[in-house]
Design a protein around this ligand. Structure first.
Ligand SMILES: [Mn+2]
Length: 306
């Protein structure tokens, strides 16, 4: 009997939380010889907190566990950076992720590695349950359903694949109509309210900087045109602070509007404006704000800037 920790990265998003929660249910039912625990380290992000609280699902998770684990399964992640210290790379037996760039084979030489290009790792867990003909509980279905919407930014066509859509339909059917787009709207409204109340913190937590060159902050929520218009001065001062703290020559914000499906850019500094205008074919107004007619992610912008 081995004690196996199933865990996403520290401060996980809903995709990571959903994968750990549901995979443990599947494995404990299908592999009674071992014991699997879903461990969450740090603070789950706002959408995960929303569903965990609303449906009282926290009892399916263990927070910051200190047990001695024999083995580890990593979900919605395939790097050792950002993972809890408890994990020993040589004792990782499985990696389930959907990132295209990964060194998982070298980092976790003992692990069975499943990395597939879908919009949410949750889709891979749904497919695992389907393959085993295992009936997921309503809590798992709810988290996986929310995770697919969340990780594809409300099913953006450039992110969500056919497999993600099929997994969503499966969750809806299995829930006997208890899961609906209404729940998704509530979840994204909660996320937007959270970001409105914690703007500086959210911008800092989803920031990627390359020392000496470029920093990109990203926000995701409903009706971000309104937020950018009403809080532009504050957004610019947060960007200025992040720029100093992270020592980047240029910085901009990519605000992803989830209901209208477009991106809004805030770029302080003429040279940053020019760079973005050229790379993305957008035009900036006198406030240093531009709009893209479709939603674009930071990881999709980066190659265009090179
Ligand atoms: Mn994910």
């Amino acid at each position: 009997m081995s004690l196996v920790l199933v865990t996403p990265k520290i401060n996980p998003d809903l995709d990571g939380v959903a994968c750990a929660y549901a995979l443990v249910k599947i494995l404990n039912a299908n592999d009674p010889g071992n014991k699997y625990l879903a461990g969450i380290f740090g603070e789950p992000q706002s959408e995960a907190n929303f569903l965990l609280e609303k449906f009282q699902l926290k009892s399916g998770l263990v927070f910051d566990p200190v047990d001695h684990f024999d083995q580890f399964i990593i979900v919605d992640a395939s790097d050792i950076i950002g993972m809890p210290q408890a994990i020993r790379a040589l004792d990782v037996v499985e990696v389930i992720d959907h990132r295209s760039v990964t060194q998982a084979k070298e980092l976790f030489p003992q692990a069975k590695i499943q990395i597939e290009a879908v919009g949410a790792a949750a889709t891979l867990i749904v497919e695992k349950a389907q393959a085993l003909e295992f009936s997921l509980d309503l809590g798992s279905l709810t988290l996986l359903f929310g995770a697919i919407y969340s990780n594809t930014l409300n099913l953006q066509p450039s992110i969500a694949t056919e497999r993600d859509l099929a997994a969503l339909r499966f969750c809806e059917e299995q829930s006997d109509g208890k899961l609906s787009p209404q729940l998704v709207a509530e979840m994204f409204n909660y996320k937007t309210k959270y970001l409105d109340d914690h703007l500086g913190e959210v911008m800092a937590s989803d920031f990627k900087g390359f020392t000496g060159s470029l920093g990109i902050a990203q926000l995701e929520g409903f009706d971000l045109d309104d937020l950018v218009a009403t809080r532009l001065v504050e957004i610019k001062s947060i960007l200025a602070r992040l720029q100093i703290e992270n020592d980047t020559r240029r910085i901009f914000l990519n605000a992803c509007d989830l209901n209208r499906g477009h991106s809004i850019f805030v770029a302080p500094g003429k040279d940053t404006e020019l760079m973005l205008a050229k790379a993305l074919n957008v035009s900036f107004d006198t406030n240093g704000v531009a709009r893209n007619d479709r939603l674009i992610l930071r990881k999709q912008i980066l190659p265009l800037l090179e």
